[in-house]
Design a protein around this ligand. Structure first.
Ligand code: AMP
Length: 513
């Protein structure tokens, strides 16, 4: 029985006609479903011929390409553990990840081969291959020699499928261990909940070193037997060209902001679309509303993380409810979510607390960090997400039903000023509503009297001029004094990582002095 191998589940969704396209990558090659089976078989055979130890990690630091996705699938097929690494990482970072994960194989871009080989040597990694985004590399050369027939290696639900290192803005980055069972349960749930269909066409523009692009987007299309239009990154001109023949798009909020900035984007561009999904960072209410107006589509916002894959989603099926901007919706079927206070007692609707989760999708723990893993779970088995949020309350001036969750932010971004808790999101919402403001980020910086002081970093709308003193004065009339920023810094843009998350740690460094 191969059933628990995630690859077997995904392959069960491949269409009967294997000669249709699975991946269409403009300028980078197309793959039919038959090709996907054959090429992943070759790569899996190659990996198995290396006689790697049980549970061996395959670390991958390459540009996005169809072949990189095939390598992921091949690693699953061969029963090894896939370890994707952000393409932005440099030598010191790769040294840490290889040293920590001790992979048996490293695959890198040929331009980085020299230094990656050094890191591999230091980590004792015996096999190094290259894979480039132009269908070349020693990995493909070697795989070409291997057989296109391969029997999927049996795996149990609890066996590791992937390790995803968290972006870790504080402390050491941790490797979240995800099992075949974790990923399969989430793929099945999302397949049904988002109404995936064989005739869907997914516009895939997300990176594939992260949960959003690799698991949520790619698994969805593969399990549905649906075609993917594969772009290496967000390229607005290409998106405008490809959207009219797509039905599903997934993006981080910045993708939607960028599409709205294109005068050519509108209802006509989206004429075949059925679903736009946003996640990985909060979607501004303004973007949600503007997108609905321009495209006629209501973005579906969902919430998840590397450790848990997807947790909560706005409904796709209108019978389940409305998609509400500013909220992330309801727990997915099979996933339990609770909001608790510091003592662990459930918070009533409207009250902010810590978000904890449980379910078949929740990871097995942090790689080689048993102590850290223990700390992040409660005694009764709930995973502490580190996010704070609330049930119900209100959003955009409208009451929110009690079964909808809203994310208020990361608990480590919570500001404690003069002994009072300040939730940055609350103040950001007030600032974002002020005339001339495009967006804002509120942080806490060390303060001799209050412990921390509230500081706002604000981006003006195009052509608008913002005045610090006037903004502070206006806020004083609206919110309690301890929440009013002591300073308002006006900047051209907020620092974001590749997944569109505002890097508050960078802001704290810049404005903390
Ligand atoms: P990552 O592990 O990189 O996927 O990051 C997960 C974190 O991203 C979560 O713990 C949240 O803090 C944040 N996140 C993901 N989706 C959303 C969302 N829809 N709204 C707000 N924050 C989100």
């Amino acid at each position: 029985m191969n059933d628990a191998n995630l690859y077997s589940l995904l392959a069960s969704g491949f269409p009967a006609d294997r000669d249709t396209l699975c991946i269409e990558a403009p300028g980078a090659g197309d793959y039919t479903w038959r090709d996907v089976e054959a090429e992943t078989a070759r790569m899996a055979n190659l990996l198995q011929s290396l006689k790697l130890p049980e549970g061996a990690r395959v670390a991958v630091h390459v540009e996005k390409s169809p072949e990189a996705l095939l390598l992921y699938l091949a690693t699953l097929r061969a029963g090894y553990v896939y370890l994707p690494l952000n393409t932005a990482y440099q030598e010191a970072e790769i040294d840490y990840f290889l040293g920590d994960a001790e992979p048996s194989v490293v695959v890198c871009a040929s331009k980085n081969l020299e230094w990656v080989r050094r890191c591999a040597q230091r980590a004792g990694t015996p096999h190094v291959y290259t894979l480039d985004d132009d269908q070349t590399g020693t990995l493909l050369d070697a795989a070409r020699q291997a057989s296109p027939e391969h029997a999927v290696v049996e795996r149990g639900e609890d066996d590791l499928a992937a390790i995803l290192y968290t972006s870790g803005t504080t402390g050491r980055s941790k490797g979240a261990m995800l099992t075949h069972g974790n990923l399969a349960s989430n793929a099945r749930v999302l397949h049904a909940y988002w109404g995936w269909r064989a005739d869907d066409v997914l516009l895939h523009m997300l990176p594939i070193f992260h949960v959003h692009g690799l698991f949520v987007a790619a698994h969805g299309a593969l399990l549905a037997g649906a075609k993917m239009i594969w772009l290496p990154r967000l390229d607005v001109a290409a998106a405008l060209r490809e959207l009219p023949r797509s039905t599903v798009m997934m993006g981080v909020p910045t993708y939607y902001v960028r599409l709205l900035a294109e005068p050519g984007f509108g209802r006509e561009t989206c004429r075949n679309m059925r679903l736009f999904v946003s996640g990985s960072a909060p979607l501004l209410m303004e973007t949600f509303n503007a997108f609905r107006e321009r495209s006629g589509h209501t973005i579906l916002e969902r919430y998840g993380m590397s450790e848990t894959v997807m947790l909560v989603s706005n409904p796709y099926d209108p019978a389940l409810g409305e998609r509400l901007g500013g909220t992330v919706g309801m727990p997915l079927p099979g996933v339990s979510v609770r909001v608790v206070d510091e003592a662990g007692a459930p918070c009533p609707p409207g009250e902010i607390g810590n978000i904890e989760v449980r379910g078949p999708n929740v990871f097995k723990g942090y790689w080689r960090m048993p102590e850290k893993t223990r700390q992040e779970f409660t005694g009764d088995g709930w995973f502490k997400t580190g996010d704070v949020g609330r049930w119900g309350g209100e959003s955009g001036g409208r009451p929110v039903p009690d079964n909808y969750l809203s994310i208020v932010g990361r608990s480590k971004d919570l500001i404690i000023s003069g002994g009072f808790n300040v939730y940055p999101k609350e103040i950001e919402s007030f600032i974002d509503d002020m005339p001339g403001v495009a967006e804002s980020a509120v942080i806490g910086v060390p303060h001799p009297d209050f412990g921390e002081a509230v500081v706002a970093v604000v981006v003006p709308q195009k052509g608008a001029k913002l005045d610090e003193a006037a903004m502070i004065a206006a806020l004083k009339g609206k919110i309690a004094n301890f929440k009013v920023p002591k300073r308002v810094h006006v900047v051209d843009e907020l620092p974001r990582n590749t997944m569109g998350k505002v890097q508050k740690n960078v802001l704290r460094q810049t404005y903390g002095g």
